[in-house]
Design a protein around this ligand. Sequence first.
Ligand code: ACO
Length: 427
Amino acid sequence: MSEQAKLTLGAKALEMPVMDGSIGPQVIDIRKMYAQTGAFTFDPGFTSTASCLSAITYIDGDEGVLLHRGYPIQQLAEHSSFPEVAYLLTEGELPTKEELDTFVYTITRHTMVHEQLMQFFRGFRRDAHPMAIMCGVVGALSAFYHDSTDIDDPKQRMIASHRLIAKMPTIAAMAYKYSVGQPFVYPDNSLSYTGNFLRMTFAVPAEPYIVNPVVERALDRIFILHADHEQNASTSTVRLAGSSGANPFACIAAGIACLWGPAHGGANEAALNMLREIGRPERIPEYIARAKDKDDPFRLMGFGHRVYKNYDPRATVMQQTVRELFAELKVSDPIFEVALQLEAMALNDPYFIEKKLFPNVDFYSGIILSAIGFPTSMFTALFALARTVGWVAQWNEMIGDPEQKIGRPRQLYTGAPQRDYVPISKR
Ligand code: ACO
């Protein structure tokens, strides 16, 4: 018999099965708790709650480990490509050469968006934030691609997944082009996924655009590092939206909306803005003091993580990528020096040591994206582009899970008990 956890509540005793994953902490199955004890569990922010079974991504936050389908993120960042990681996450195994070629061919054939979608862009103000545009346009895809919204049809689910992965770069690049008043650039299917995105973002019709392979590789690596991160806020949002049977485009739009927040995907934009505001190494102590001050809401952006209580392994790769990119392009940015010194100072400070606050993926990503030429407002849109792969993989896994139910958390009610309506003249 499997291990049991025991709970007593007054006179009631409950035995709950303990479940084992392939690695990682055990999970106590509390599904019968309410029926047998009449009590719920209380876990705001889900700090102790596993919401699903998943075989996609594993994180050991204490050790700073991140595995996709078992493969360490460092190995994928060094040896793989974003399309290959997309295949791995969505299909479960690394592809053979033939499988990868077929996958890339399929994705490439879906890169264009419906011509009428262009009109949709024109309804936005020119100064609209790219994430505002992304929420709207990705949600609107369900109005353009009706033929892939039946979630009970595996073929339609597959086509919707391919469409989302393929069209996100086109939509993100269009959001950028619209904000700078330049014409949209159609996809060029002779280029790689990332090379095509660079061209759609930075090319203009007046002159040829040659993809810089160093930049292409750095951005591809950033996409790999952002591809999935198990049940984070935006992924849980996608799963929750999907649990009601909503179509995949609507679910991914919900994920984009959640990702936008500064405590989640918006932190990369906020981190670079913060580094620029600090500006010089001499000012770092002032900002560290502010981050430690309980009366000041300021936090070091790009620092701390709900799961990692150690160095975020993605931040290590990201820092290395900044060095490589700067060396190969023969450029530098004084902000990088500020970031390195801020990190060193924070990691030696008892406040950050005690609270186990380390740089996360967002701390260095903005420096690379800025060096490539992206404005800060595009940073979270790039994150959304890459994370779409993870969202799609997690959404498909959820739909295929026989135990899947509509997500419906409960609450501890703290409002007024039942009382009688009082006519307005008597209040
Ligand atoms: N700077 C200063 N203090 C911090 C920071 C920070 N960046 N992060 C956490 N703390 C402190 C909190 O004040 C809190 O202190 P207390 O215990 O004295 O109250 C303690 O550390 C724990 O913080 P919580 O907010 O309770 O931790 P939680 O796990 O809920 O939050 C989060 C994680 C949201 C990422 C937080 O660390 C944060 O706001 N960081 C800055 C934003 C950021 O970089 N987000 C990106 C996350 S990665 C991603 O989404 C890709």
